[in-house]
Design a protein around this ligand. Sequence first.
Ligand code: ATP
Ligand code: ZN
Length: 226
Amino acid sequence: SSGQNKRLRIAVQKKGRLNTESMALFEKIGIKVQLSKSGLYCHAIDVPVDFLFVRDDDIPTLVNDGFCDVGIIGQNVLDEFCLTLNEKKQSNNITIDKALGFGACRLSIAIANSKAYNDINSLKAMKVATSYPELLMEFSRQNNLDLSILNISGSVEIAPNLGMADAICDLVSTGRTLEENNLKEVVEIMQSQALLIRNSHTLAPELEVFYQRLIDRMNGVMQAKE
Ligand code: ATP
Ligand code: ZN
């Protein structure tokens, strides 16, 4: 295993909604990276930390398998990943250490504006396009909706207009994208924000102490903000 590494390996989204605020948080607690952030891999200045910049979808795998010790990831992506692990009967080695208060959004079901909606049963047996098939399947099971799930990885919101699906299950923050595509949000499945996660086993004792200090500083920074 990779258990005795001397530097803390942190996985952060390379580009996208979580990158800026993740790196801003690290900067606030005194961790800076060299200017060129073009690479996949980056040493921090003066502290035993290395950053790995990757697609957010890869972060749970990197942390679960111990290639990274720590990561910042949306709860939506983490929950989907954990359901997939369960499904495959693989072990879950991820601990959630802290909710970070940014990256807020919700996973919701939306249907065409023109479609009638009374209650959740209006969704019965619909074909729903999503990038979160496990979360949607669980929701379908819990509510006896018998949904048919179309798993697509991007631009989910165009599926109803193309006749590919009756509904979508996707992330919403302002609702503008839904509006632009003539969709209306009808059910919220979950709320999400960015989480600090870590591998439950990989940290050497010295790094464990260092990491706990980082968390303390994050708590300090976040309290100061309130
Ligand atoms: P990547 O190239 O890393 O795969 P992505 O397109 O999957 O990027 P982003 O759109 O940057 O990812 O979103 C990353 C995370 O930001 C989401 O998983 C979610 O937790 C959070 N988020 C916050 N608000 C929104 C929103 N309005 N739409 C999508 N994601 C949001
Ligand atoms: Zn992604």
